[in-house]
Design a binder for this molecule. Structure first.
Ligand SMILES: NC(=O)c1ccc[n+]([C@@H]2O[C@H](COP(=O)([O-])OP(=O)(O)OC[C@H]3O[C@@H](n4cnc5c(N)ncnc54)[C@H](OP(=O)(O)O)[C@@H]3O)[C@@H](O)[C@H]2O)c1
Length: 286
């Protein structure tokens, strides 16, 4: 599969988002593990997760533990997979999302994530979402300490503005490896952050690249031009959408979520789908 770069790591151009396998509506464990294995069979070497991908408050880290189990069962073929997790966003268990960006909390959360993932150092650790109660510099200072102490190998941020990207990169001494923001045909508000990442050479991981778990089934009906192009090329609207993401900049690495093996198998095919400049312009203008 086509490769892209995150920090000093080469990863598949299409990653796998773990959220649909752990939040409300998730499938049974067997199907989730089959989904992760289908991703690996297709050449996917980037898996995105978070300690907050769980349903009830008593199962924090559900998705991290699931991914760790699936990788272990796959064996040595999974050795080169980069698992990217996150901390700083919490789910108290009533369906809501809260934030905790305190340095002492983030440091403990990262160590707990490493333990669940069964690794000495986390491949890529992302500060999930800025906490308005805590100065951004303090939260990122904790991420820098984790990097310096070897608890994490690469540092990323998520849900960040251009100013926060620059601030984080400065605090990290130029070692910011990735930015994960919402971006899809439907939600394009992070276009400025995507362009900024392309300019400074930092990986950009669009989250909910297909519009999100609830909207993904309507991708073709909501976005007529994406559907038209898919029909013209004889591929799924999901492949066209992900190939469009990839065409926007060489730093883009989409992480489509999946809870079925068929979904990630199809999505992985987008890495080999080359869109002409005209098609990319037509999709971007849609
Ligand atoms: N940093 C953040 O704040 C943040 C926020 C949200 C999400 N994320 C990350 O981003 C990842 C992706 O976002 P997301 O999961 O919310 O939404 P998404 O990737 O836009 O959509 C996921 C849904 O699309 C369906 N799908 C994927 N590929 C398909 C295909 N080829 N054909 C048909 N259906 C397909 C899947 O269906 P099935 O379930 O039926 O397979 C899945 O439920 C998450 O999993 C998570 O890792 C991060």
């Amino acid at each position: 599969m086509q490769q892209r770069t995150i920090g000093d790591r080469q990863v598949s151009a299409i990653g796998l988002g773990g959220m649909p396998m752990s939040i409300e509506g998730r499938p049974g464990e067997e199907r989730s593990i089959a989904t992760v294995h289908a991703a690996l069979d297709a050449g996917v070497t980037l898996i995105d997760t978070a300690d907050a991908y769980h349903r009830d408050a008593n199962e924090v880290g559900h998705n991290e533990s699931l991914i760790a189990k699936a990788l272990k069962e796959y064996g040595s073929g999974a050795d080169d997979v980069l698992v990217a997790t996150k901390g700083g966003h919490l789910r108290p268990g009533d369906g809501s999302w809260t934030k905790d960006g305190r340095p002492e909390y983030l440091k403990e959360a990262a160590k707990a994530s490493a333990q669940r993932l069964g690794v000495e150092a986390i491949g890529l650790y992302q500060f999930h979402r800025p906490d308005p109660q805590v100065p951004y510099a303090d939260s990122i200072g904790a991420i820098r300490d984790l990097l310096d102490e070897g608890v994490i190998r690469l540092a990323g941020i998520s849900n960040a503005s251009v100013a926060q990207i620059d601030e984080a990169n400065e605090i990290l001494g130029g070692r910011l490896a990735s930015v994960q923001n919402q971006f899809s045909p439907r939600f394009r508000s992070s276009e400025g952050e995507l362009e900024h990442c392309a300019k400074i050479g930092v990986a950009f991981l669009p989250w909910s690249p297909l519009g999100g778990i609830k909207s993904a089934p309507e991708l073709g009906s909501r976005h007529e031009v994406f559907n038209e192009v898919a029909n013209e090329l004889g591929v799924s609207v999901y492949q066209v959408t992900l190939a469009w993401h990839l065409a926007l900049a060489p730093v883009v690495v989409p992480i489509p979520g999946a809870s079925r093996p068929e979904s990630i198998r199809d999505s992985a095919g987008a890495a080999e789908l080359k869109l002409t400049g005209d098609l990319v312009a037509r999709l971007s203008a849609a």
